[in-house]
Design a protein around this ligand. Structure first.
Ligand code: BDR
Ligand code: CA
Length: 343
């Protein structure tokens, strides 16, 4: 099993990533931290808790709210894609102000919430036990502010990290500027800090996530009772309406992608691919490159610059001087959706 820490900004596709993370047999989820991104950090933290409840998160998993803002830039959100609260149009989730949601936040002895940096460092340290336990795969599906803070503050825990896997960036393409993808554009400086860390990394860029389109056919399969061998009665009460919840999620996301980007066939499930990659890496083709982020360009800030020909003669390390990142280049789309539907 992979021991996984998940950092999210739910977000429709983040919600599907949570669903896969808590229900994939290959993954042992340790905790969920949240960041500003698709919506404000207040919304994303509550949304993560609502998703864990709805999708059957294991009882030990808690939510740890993280950064409210990027390291340097002002925060930006994306209501055009995800609605004001980050999960626009999604029906059947537990109420934001319910006691079940409140109970999912880890608490300090004085009753305050445990924040992302404290929670993730403590749990990663406990899991690793100075090398005698398990390394942890840290998956990020939003702006990487929390992860950059972890890398900077807890550099002594980097040997405990098996890999950083992040959804973000593009190879020669963007979605929230001509060349920048949303997650990286929100906090380019944080991304560069993570990219410089001497730890293995994998980037899941939009070039690949745009192949994971929830077509009408796949949407209809979600609603059809035959597809799953898992009886819904086995799931918690909040999930009894799971098919309807997912269907409303996909409908809203499809409408956003149609009106904003002209996607007529359906929306891409970006963030879910990170979980599929950790659970089933054989579904993906990756190549190792030097990747950096454009931090100053007037038209190019937030672009992921991928040195495909090793022009810079980078070495074999994962840090500042090396080919620092595996970049996903393709995915077995059919197998991905089989996994998604089975989940
Ligand atoms: C990324 O930005 C958000 O809209 C999604 O949740 C995903 O993480 C795609 O560019
Ligand atoms: Ca996201």
């Amino acid at each position: 099993k992979k021991y996984v820490w998940l950092d999210v900004d739910p977000g429709h596709d983040d919600a599907t990533a949570i669903m896969l993370a808590v229900n994939s047999p290959e993954i042992h989820l340790l905790g969920v931290s949240t960041t500003h991104g698709n919506a404000s950090s207040d919304h994303t933290a509550i949304n993560a808790a609502r998703c864990l409840l709805a999708f059957g998160g294991p009882s030990h998993v808690r939510v740890y709210p993280g950064s409210n803002e990027p390291l340097l830039l002002p925060a930006r959100h994306d209501p055009e894609i995800h609605g004001i609260d980050g999960l626009g149009g999604v029906e059947g989730l537990p109420e934001a102000n319910s006691s079940a949601v409140a109970a999912l936040f880890a608490q300090n002895e004085d009753g305050t919430q445990v924040r992302a940096l404290e929670g993730m460092s403590k749990i990663i340290k406990e899991t690793w036990k100075n090398g005698s336990g398990h390394q942890v795969t840290v998956i990020s599906t939003g702006p990487m502010t929390n992860i950059a803070n972890f890398v900077s503050v807890y550099s002594d825990l980097l040997p405990a990290v098996e890999e950083f896997v992040f959804m973000g960036g593009g190879v020669g393409m963007g979605n929230r500027s001509s060349v920048a993808e949303f997650n990286i554009l929100c906090d380019p400086h944080a991304t560069q800090i993570v990219l410089n860390a001497p730890v293995k990394k994998t980037m899941m860029p939009i070039n690949v996530t745009h192949t994971a389109i929830v077509t009408r056919k796949i949407h209809s399969l979600i609603l059809s009772p035959e597809i799953s061998s898992i009886p819904l009665e086995g799931l918690p009460a909040a999930a009894s309406n799971l098919r309807h919840t997912l269907s409303t999620l996909i409908t809203f996301f499809a409408d956003s992608y149609k009106s904003t980007f002209g996607f007529n066939d359906g929306p891409p499930l970006h963030d879910a691919l990170t979980i599929a990659y950790v659970a089933r890496p054989e579904l993906f083709k990756t190549t190792r490159y030097r990747v950096d982020v454009e931090l100053t360009g007037e038209h190019t800030i937030g672009e992921t610059v991928v040195d495909m020909w090793n022009y810079r003669k980078c070495d074999g390390t994962w840090g500042r001087t090396g080919k620092n990142c595996l970049v996903a280049e393709s995915m077995n789309v059919e197998a991905f959706f089989e996994m998604f539907l089975e989940t």
